[in-house]
Design a protein around this ligand. Structure first.
Ligand code: ADP
Ligand code: MG
Length: 277
């Protein structure tokens, strides 16, 4: 029922853009299972407002699962269950009575593979999230919102003259920035990014990194990346996830990015950030 019952939401004002307000996100003793297999064990992590938090660690240690828990996507997998709490500015997004659509509107997600609607125009792609978020807007407000979101995603100058072209006509890097613009249209307070640059060339990667740097003033960003240089460039703090020999994923180390990379406490962190496993 959650996906069909849209909460009442104010419409987007046409004249005065409402800046989104970055929020603190906090995972408190989050454990996760697929069936009876535990994949995360009591993971606690504070992701402060106006900062970029990077999640690093080898494949299979639960980073994507953790990210999906942060916006209630985990519960969509039939076999999945979880324990613990996720607090957005102190209130639990899993509280009974709190709708899944509400969490989705406040906490957006961008995936590894750019997934714009390929046949839909750029314009409609940006607005596609509004309906999901239960937001209504008039034509002028929509035009303003499309420009604003494409600008924030660093794509406006490249596409302003071809908003009616299909999303599928863009390059991979442009498609990813289009997806970022789409996720911004509902004015999320948090943006989760799961390896957003893994499918992109170096130039597009830099563009997305520039976008992240600009976004963090207004949006709390959590990014999973396998690119250590990228983590070092974009993040303020860094959490190293590890799942050793069939044990569930845990955070081995978390701290300011400069510390995690420059003088890690745990030898396993040092090995990982220096490419030794
Ligand atoms: P990462 O993103 O760090 O590579 P994932 O969160 O994707 O790790 O996966 C963590 C563990 O959970 C892995 O062992 C993976 O096989 C398992 N897993 C992920 N998704 C599912 C699923 N839908 N069903 C069953 N197991 C899953
Ligand atoms: Mg993953």
């Amino acid at each position: 029922a959650d996906t069909v019952t849209l909460p009442p939401v104010p419409s987007v004002p046409g004249d005065a853009p409402v800046p989104s307000r970055a929020a603190a996100l906090e995972a408190d003793a989050v454990s996760a299972w697929f069936g009876d297999r535990k994949v995360l064990d009591r993971v606690s992590l504070a992701m402060p407002a106006r900062e970029v938090t990077a999640l690093i660690g080898p494949s299979g240690c639960g980073k994507s699962t953790f990210l999906r828990i942060l916006n209630r996507m985990h519960e969509l997998t039939g076999t999945a269950s979880l324990a613990g709490r996720v607090l957005l500015d102190g209130s639990d997004i899993y509280d009974r009575g709190r709708r899944i659509t509400h969490a989705r509107r406040e906490i957006g997600m961008v995936f590894q593979k750019p997934n714009p609607f390929p046949a839909m125009s750029l314009y409609e792609n940006v607005l596609a999230g509004l309906k999901l978020g239960g937001i209504r807007a008039g034509k002028d407000a929509k035009d303003d919102l499309v420009e604003e979101c494409l600008t924030r995603a660093g794509l406006w100058n490249e596409v302003r003259d071809r908003l009616r072209q299909p999303g599928g006509a863009l390059s991979g890097g442009q498609q990813q920035r289009l997806c970022i613009a789409r996720s911004l249209a509902v004015r999320p307070r948090v943006l989760l990014m799961d390896e957003p640059c893994s499918a992109l060339d170096p130039t597009s990667t830099r563009r997305v990194e520039e976008t992240i740097a600009e976004l963090k003033a207004e949006v709390t960003v959590v990014i999973v990346t396998h690119n250590m240089q990228q983590a070092a460039r974009v993040s303020d703090s860094c959490a190293f996830f590890l799942a050793e020999q069939g044990t569930p994923g845990v955070i081995v180390e978390h701290g300011p990015t400069a510390t995690v990379f420059g003088s890690p406490r745990d030898p396993r962190t040092a090995d990982y950030v220096n490419g030794r496993f």
